[in-house]
Design a protein around this ligand. Structure first.
Ligand code: SF4
Length: 125
């Protein structure tokens, strides 16, 4: 079954459930405030490499994970989900840093346990 749905009312958890039930979703991506503010440094500008489990940032630096999953709570909910963190030491001397992050420790990318389902949905739209 193919499902076309309005954006903004779905979650990665639901996209995973649909896929496991054989439901193919076509739901537009939510536009985050970071995309509108600074698209070149929004999450979508960080390319994921599934084979090496790394991201490549806009400065073409590889961002690595320590492999650990961290529990993250949903706002105003008892539900939580798992995320992995990706970082690079290259942030320290990066010329693009002021545009990329205000975090003293450098840019942090979080990848949720549902990201592959979100990506497959987004690629279909
Ligand atoms: S601040 Fe870090 S993550 Fe951002 S572009 Fe520079 S090296 Fe890449």
């Amino acid at each position: 079954m193919n499902v076309l749905a309005d954006k903004g009312y779905h979650s990665g958890r639901e996209l995973k459930a649909c896929e496991e039930l054989g439901v193919t979703t076509f739901i537009s991506q939510k536009e985050s405030s970071s995309i509108k503010k600074n698209p070149a440094f929004a999450m979508q500008s960080f390319m994921y490499d599934e084979k090496h489990d790394t991201y490549t940032c806009p400065a073409r630096e590889a961002m690595h994970t320590n492999g650990r999953w961290y529990n993250k709570k949903l706002k105003n909910s008892r539900q939580s989900y798992l995320v992995k963190h990706y970082k690079t030491k290259a942030c320290e001397g990066c010329k693009l840093r002021a545009q990329c992050t205000t975090n003293k420790l450098g840019r942090l990318i979080e990848r949720t346990e549902y990201q592959q389902y979100v990506d497959r949905n987004n690629n279909r739209v």
